[in-house]
Design a protein around this ligand. Structure first.
Ligand code: AOF
Ligand code: ZN
Length: 336
């Protein structure tokens, strides 16, 4: 295998942990001797050891069996090794201390605490570094993490369920499900990949959502953000049961996003009613709109989702992809 193939293998290795490592990036690492794999590691869980450290620890078990000295080995990692003391020690230090003299890197870490300093530190300690191998794949794999560090704010997606005629619910009726069970299951996976879910007080009061990701795999559950100044919230409702929530009495969208830009949250899924959804759209901070559209119309008594001619295209979004989920259509729009 050449370094590109090994990097692709490290990327696949990392991918398994996309639900548990978040909001951290997923990272994979492979240690080779003459391009034969000695050990592998990944960043498996938020707060736990980094990929490089896991791979080095595995390799140590094979010293004297598969190789003699770490100087014979090359370390391949998808992301630039960190150079800061975070929840774990710097990976650069672990690499330098191991004696490894060759490192191949996928993408530079955009985190301002790292961003090139990891590479510099390795080089200054006599380690040969080659960076940029399959960098675009690594950036794509960690889209939210790169977005956040480049744009200094989380990636924002709005998700809505809509009738065929673009309505949210009946103005005077009870709230019923618009879309199919399969679409609603798809939403669970959408929640699972996000770091936070944001909603409004009316949605919590009217729809009684749990707003967690109900999936059959382990994950770091998204944080729930509730924007509400209601004094009569029923704190025994499902939404509040797991304590993974924050209530904000703030209506300025820019201020809210600024607050989360300072945290490690890299992505926010907005699941709310038309009022809050339109406030987000007005803010200009929305990157993606996902519409689960049913085949049925709600008619003139239905409440429109969007202001301008009730179309999201008029608000500066274009259709990126569209596919069927049972009887519904999932439409993904991105900012033009
Ligand atoms: C690496 N290897 O496997 C990962 C890295 O809070 P911490 O200590 O877990 O540090 C998180 C930051 O470290 C994260 O924002 C990113 O910059 C980098 N992630 N770096 O060398 C890894 N997961
Ligand atoms: Zn690290």
């Amino acid at each position: 295998m050449n370094y590109e193939d090994l990097m692709k293998r490290a990327i696949s290795l990392a991918d398994q942990y996309k639900y548990t490592a978040k909001p951290n990036p997923v990272v994979g690492c492979i240690i080779v001797k003459n391009k034969t794999i000695i050990s592998e590691g990944a960043h498996k869980e938020f707060g736990s050891h980094h990929a490089e450290v896991n791979a080095i620890e595995e390799a140590k078990k094979l010293q004297g069996i598969s190789f003699v000295s770490f100087e014979e080995l090359t370390l391949i990692c998808t992301l630039e090794p960190c150079n800061h003391l975070g929840k774990t020690g710097p990976c650069t230090e672990a690499i330098i201390n191991s004696g490894i003299k060759n490192v191949i890197i996928g993408a530079e870490d955009p985190n301002p605490l790292v961003s090139g300093s990891g590479i510099k530190n390795l080089i200054s300690h006599g380690v040969a570094v080659q960076a940029g191998v399959c960098a675009e794949l690594v950036q794509e794999q960690n889209k939210f993490f790169f977005f956040k560090n480049t744009n200094k704010r989380p990636y924002i997606t709005i998700k809505i369920a809509s009738s065929k005629d673009g309505k949210s619910h009946l103005a005077d009726g009870d709230r019923t499900f618009i879309t199919s069970k399969e679409s609603r299951q798809d939403v669970q996976e959408l929640r699972a990949i996000h770091d936070a879910i944001l909603t409004g007080g009316n949605t919590v009061v009217n729809d009684l959502p749990k707003m967690n990701a109900r999936v059959n795999f382990p994950l770091n559950q998204p944080k729930k953000i509730l924007l509400s100044n209601k004094s009569n919230l029923d704190l025994s409702a499902e939404f509040f049961k797991d304590c993974n929530y924050e209530i904000l009495n703030e209506t300025g969208i820019h201020k809210i996003i600024e607050k989360y830009s300072k945290t490690d949250i890299t992505s926010i899924l907005v699941e709310a009613g038309p009022k809050l959804v339109n406030s987000f759209l007005d803010s200009g901070l929305v990157d993606k709109v996902i519409i689960y559209e049913s085949q049925n119309n709600l008619g003139p008594n239905g409440v429109n989702w969007f202001k301008e001619d009730n179309t999201v295209e008029k608000l500066g979004f274009k259709l990126e992809s569209s596919y069927k989920i049972e009887t519904d259509t999932k439409k993904i729009y991105i900012k033009c």
